[in-house]
Unconditional design. Structure first.
Lengths: 170, 449
């Protein structure tokens, strides 16, 4: 905790009482993905134990390392997912994310060119979806993952409607 | 002098000499190819390579001319009753291309070296949108190409009437602007200055210095590994310089009815028209060694430009120019912007712990219509954009910045070379800057048109 802590809070503060947070199911989805990736890691560590010429300590150290990283990322996913939030203001959408590097994106409704709604196989199984906003700039990075499908569809429709309203008003 | 309009109501052809120009253009390539690539064959059949490659090149040029003539007889262009430019072509597979002139983006006269020597140019017509969006007419005598260009631009301008084209804002920008009817020469770049500026670029100087070091090292130690490295460090900037020199030689910038007209190139003359309304952001770049001459490069991000070896969205408005001249050009692009009186808000002194080299130069400024950011120490960059062009605003803060009470605010524009970012600004004002800019962007957009 540093002397700038309250400034950080103020800089990333929600416009109203609080950010709309995403579904905790996203934590499950990402931990499943992590575990699937770890199947590959296990696959590459296993031979270290089985091949007799490799010294035992190498196998022990790499297994311990893999385990520590697994637990750490597992914990990190929880924090990262809880960091996502969004807020719809009168004229723009705000999206926050990140723990180590914190981000806040402001997209005026009039600038939205497209709103994407996507859901991968794990997402569909768990019942979550991702809403992504596109503007004419490629650098706009406004993605809200882990929304319940109904909320996501409603949000997309709301955003699209506001976008059209603002563009037509010009 | 405005050239006489060309009657485009009936189908027209390109110049009858086109097949010949096409054939002449293939000769050098085929000749060199046959001479070098097929070198072994000439030895095997005991025939002089110079002669063999020559005969081969002439034969292939003949065939090219024959097919060129055939396709020439099949190619016609005209403006149809709907006002679209139609280009019919194709020997076996007929192709009827329709370009909607109301969505015209550019009409460029391009002169490849050999064609130019024979007095011919190509005309490239591009319209917005996917699919049939581009047509190339090759070849036309230069005068005729210029006439045709004017005629097409004129037609497009009449079609891009704000009344019936409310959705196409950029076409409207072009149509409603009323600069003088004739082109006004705004700037040229002398060859010596261009060459000097390329040599004095930071990357060039650094790499050449390294090359000298490697060469000295080679001589002293008689180890040739360093020489190989020297070839790379010396060769890369050399090719870069030659490439840029060929591209930007004979540079001229003109103001025309339909925007800024860029013309440059030694072996191949490129003519580009950049409608002012399409310019999203402008950047001044001043490398360390240019500053004693007070030179800057001016480049811009232009919406919807790309393809054919060009970086997306990139337009170099001036490869190198004295600062005064650059400021005048800036006035053409973003009227009313006084760069020297911008109310810069500097990054706080503690930013030195995050950006030890450039912290003193980091700043942002917002005035009525424009947002600007400043960065760089060795190579200084000032990026500027009208608020109306900002698509979104991003506030980011890394762990080290958090410790120092700093954050960066990025202002997103369409893809291109110019990045607007207020680096390491005071955390206490960062959020307000982001919120305010989102607001200004929205307001500016509402009042803009």
């Amino acid at each position: 905790v540093t002397s700038h802590a309250h400034e950080v809070d103020a800089a990333f503060a929600p416009p109203q009482e609080s950010w709309v947070r995403v579904s905790p199911k996203l934590i499950t989805a990402r931990r499943i993905t992590l575990s699937l990736v770890y199947l590959l890691v296990i696959g590459s560590i296993a031979p270290l134990w089985l091949v007799p010429r490799i010294p035992l300590w190498i196998a022990i150290v790499s297994t311990a390392l893999a385990l520590v990283i697994y637990v750490w990322v597992w914990w990190l996913i929880g924090r990262r997912v809880r960091s996502y939030g969004y807020a719809e203001r009168a004229d723009d959408l705000l999206v926050v994310s990140g723990i180590l590097v914190r981000r806040l994106v402001i997209v005026p409704y009039g600038r939205m060119q497209m709103v994407d709604l996507t859901a991968g196989p794990i997402d569909r199984w768990l019942g979550i979806a991702t809403v992504q906003l596109h503007t004419a700039a490629a650098t706009t990075d406004a993605t809200i993952p882990g929304l319940p499908p109904d909320d996501a569809a409603a949000l997309r429709d709301r955003l699209a409607a506001r976008g059209e309203e603002r563009t037509a008003g010009m | 002098v405005i050239p006489a309009p060309v009657d485009l109501s009936t189908p027209r052809r390109t110049h009858p000499a086109s097949p010949v120009v096409l054939a002449v253009r293939v000769i050098p390539v085929v000749y060199l190819g046959l001479f070098f690539a097929a070198g072994g064959i000439w030895d095997a059949v005991r025939f002089p390579a110079v002669l063999g490659a020559g005969i081969g090149a002439v034969l292939i040029a003949g065939v090219t001319a024959l097919f060129g003539w055939w396709s020439w007889t099949k190619l016609t262009y005209h403006i149809d009753t709907d006002g679209d430019l139609r280009v019919d072509s194709g020997i076996f597979q007929r192709q009827a291309r329709r370009l909607q002139l109301s969505r015209l983006q550019s009409v460029d006269v391009v002169a490849p070296l050999l064609a130019r020597l024979l007095g011919f140019v190509e005309l490239r017509i591009e319209v917005a949108g996917a699919g049939d969006s581009r047509a190339v007419l090759r070849y036309l005598p230069r005068a005729q190409a210029e006439q045709l260009r004017e005629t097409i631009l004129h037609r497009a301008e009449r079609l891009a009437d704000p009344g019936d084209d409310a959705h196409d804002e950029d076409a409207r920008d072009v149509a409603t602007a009323s600069p003088p009817p004739e082109d006004v020469l705004l700037a040229t770049v002398p060859t010596g200055r261009l060459l000097g500026s390329l040599l004095l670029r930071t990357s060039t100087v650094t790499l050449f210095a390294l090359t000298v070091l490697f060469v000295i090292f080679t001589i002293r130690t008689q180890g040739f590994a360093a020489l190989a490295v020297a070839l790379v460090t010396g060769g890369v900037p050399l090719f870069a310089i030659i490439g840029e020199f060929l591209t930007y030689s004979d540079f001229s910038l003109r103001r025309s009815r339909d925007g800024l007209r860029l013309r440059h190139g030694l072996l191949q003359t490129q003519t580009r028209t950049v409608p002012i309304g399409r310019i999203q952001a402008v950047e001044f770049i001043a490398p360390l060694l240019w500053r004693r001459f007070d030179w800057v490069r001016v480049q811009a991000t232009v919406a919807g430009v790309g393809g054919e070896g060009q970086e997306v969205g990139r337009a170099v408005l001036l490869p190198v120019a004295p600062r005064d001249q650059a400021l005048r050009i800036l006035g053409e692009v973003i009227p009313g912007l006084e760069l020297d009186t911008l109310p810069w808000v500097n990054a706080p002194a503690r930013a030195r712990w995050r950006s030890p080299i450039q912290w003193r130069f980091l700043a942002w400024a917002a005035i009525d219509d424009i947002i600007a950011t400043r960065s760089g120490r060795v190579t200084r960059r000032i990026a500027m954009a009208p608020h109306a062009r900002i698509q979104s605003v991003r506030l980011t803060e890394g762990p080290w910045q958090r410790r120092l009470g700093l954050a960066s605010v990025a202002f997103d524009v369409t893809p291109g070379p110019v990045a607007l970012i207020a680096l390491n600004t005071d955390l206490a004002i960062a959020r307000r800057l982001a919120d305010d800019e989102a607001d200004r962007a929205r307001q500016a957009r509402l009042h803009h048109r």
